[in-house]
Design a protein around this ligand. Sequence first.
Ligand code: NAP
Length: 261
Amino acid sequence: MIRCGIILHPAGHTLSPVLHAEAYAALDLDARYEVFDIQAADLEPSLQRLRSKGLRQLSVSLPHKETVLALATKVSDQAKQIGAANTLTFIDDEIVADNTDWIGVLRTLEPLGPWAGKNATILGAGGAARAVAYALTRLSLNVTIVNRTPERAAEVAHDLGVQVGELRSNCDLLINATSVGMQPDIHDVPCDVAILQPSCVVFDSVYRPLETALLRNAREHGCRVQDGLDMLVHQAVEQVRIWSGRTPEAKRLRRAAEDAL
Ligand code: NAP
């Protein structure tokens, strides 16, 4: 049996075990996915311990996505540029770090395009915003970052070759990559949608709740909306592909996640 899991803190209610169990069932893989609550200060010894216990594949969530890069012996170009990893694979003596969050964004947005040359605004400047910015530059959008702490926005802009600015009416794609609107603060919104044209697509990376206050406001304003669950599903699909060489059906994983939510 292949042993996999997720490292995070606090453990909370992650959907990753549901997504991976569904993927392994769909592909008839003999694998078990476990949750490991690991505090930031314990990351290095914990990785060694998990490896010696036979773990081979790990998803990485908050607060480890950035710090784990320093412990990896190989880092993919994408993870390097984004500055964060959400996927670790132990291969012989190597610890290989990769990032599939950006693929989650790409796969979510591709069907809603075409996007080349259009204007995107990202709210937020954390790990999620970095993965979003990377995906949007791959889709050739003009990307502007807006963040509560301007210094962090400037860092993302510098590292990922995008610009800092503000939300304007010429925005074609608005992405919330902050945690604003997440349970339990479900009435909070990261911005006022009144400035947007109804042709703007609004994508919220938050998926608890599935329809955030931002998405509800945007829908009522006439905008097309996209929830954060497809991003989560597609990053998991890509992890399974990296680890097993096989691709589970995203729709099946989404149904399982919706049932769990
Ligand atoms: P993070 O590194 O902690 O960044 C949080 C971001 O939210 C920062 O830009 C922060 O601004 C901003 N923020 C937090 N509270 C705010 C407030 N009250 N007002 C304005 N801005 C606020 O977290 P992350 O890893 O980037 O994750 C952010 C969110 O993305 C998560 O909460 C999650 O919902 C979502 N996410 C979704 C997926 C998915 O697959 N759908 C994957 C990863 C993350 P400052 O810089 O000013 O602190």
